[in-house]
Ligand binder design. Sequence first.
Ligand code: C2E
Ligand code: CA
Ligand code: CA
Ligand code: CA
Length: 269
Amino acid sequence: AKDAGRGTCSWYEPALRERIEHRFTVGEELRHALSKDEFVLYLQPQVDGNGQICSFEALVRWQHPQRGLILPGEFIPVAEENGLIAELGDWVLNHTCLLMAQHPRLHCSVNVSVRQFLHPEFLDRIDSLLRDHEIGASRLTLEVTESLLIADFEQVALKMQSLQQLGVRLSIDDFGTGYSSLVYLKRLPIDELKIDRDFVRDLPGDTSDASLVVLILAMARHLNLSVVAEGVENAEQAEFLRQHGCHYYQGYFYGRPQPIDSWLEVMDH
Ligand code: C2E
Ligand code: CA
Ligand code: CA
Ligand code: CA
């Protein structure tokens, strides 16, 4: 009864069951949390070459009544799986627009999941939020990942063109980690690339990361795309990026994600 095979099997089965049960619980709790409005937006600044804040990325946190502040890594994947991501994404979009309505100089980037982007009402939703709150469309950037680009290409392209006509900006998040090709970049109305922090972490020492980043920056320049480097944690990384033509930076070196209150003073100047 205790042969190696079975041993191995029963070694991981409880862990697997636990994981499934955990996901189930989190899923149920998420539903509850949405109705109870337990989410909060944190904003992380994006700065230009002079260190001036140009924009903020809206990052969602779950203010759990018992467990405290929970980071998206713990619940976004669950929400992706059980379909709640569309609703949660809409909460984020709505609340980001509310902040922009209150703060006329605020520019924001919002993460948009594949399911949310492909939702038939997405375009109308963006359009009505911008109209209702009288927000200039160019103040809103939508961050999508390369995984969107392997969905139905024609559908994605059409929707991106409509979004461009509205005037919102489109950004490819975590650029370089997925399957995008140069053809996509040329054919889609994209405004911005975000270099994933995996490629920034070991700059400037890691020569393969360094050449990759140089390549992305050169390509972006030729395609007339702006680039945001994410995960910038020190001056050496920033200097390397600057030398190779990066214009925008985001990372702990400039500021951690914080609730809007912490940014009001810097913002209203
Ligand atoms: P992301 O879009 O790549 O966001 C950047 C993540 O990097 C954030 O983690 C941010 O806190 C972290 N970060 C920023 N600067 C630094 C740095 O200098 N060093 C390090 N080590 N990390 C840094 P966060 O807030 O935990 O979010 C994780 C991911 O969750 C996001 O990655 C995004 O994919 C997802 N996410 C967050 N909010 C939303 C949302 O509203 N909707 C969707 N669909 N996804 C979201
Ligand atoms: Ca992002
Ligand atoms: Ca990112
Ligand atoms: Ca990333």
